[in-house]
Ligand binder design. Sequence first.
Ligand SMILES: [Fe+2]
Ligand SMILES: [Fe+2]
Length: 139
Amino acid sequence: MASIDPKYSIGIAEMDAQHARWIQYIDEFRATASGHLLEPAGVDAALHTLEQLLNYTRMHFASEERFIETHHYPDLEAHRHAHRELEAEVVKLLDEIRSHKTRTAPLKLNLFVTVWLMQHIMQEDDKYARFILGRSPPG
Ligand SMILES: [Fe+2]
Ligand SMILES: [Fe+2]
């Protein structure tokens, strides 16, 4: 199982493990997207890693939504909405790369992933974690 960088840990083992794997997919995409998007092979590689990232993102979000629903997280609907928006952004990016609109802006692709996906863990996911852990009995 992948281990999480402590700065991204929300303190819930099951979700930390998924986030660790998710971050690996993000890193793989960043590595390809920062490379050779002016060459067809580079575009194909970026598309491939982004498709993998999208698949894992959907799996993780569905799993996380079930998890926080089980724990009666009061902001479940807002969290679901944030997930749908992030998924839509990833799909949009996939479409843009497919249509070669963004091949000249690899740096922007890196920032997109870093800012939107990673911030979601540290801000929104951390909120439900604090709620759930706060409700846990001591010890
Ligand atoms: Fe998450
Ligand atoms: Fe989330």
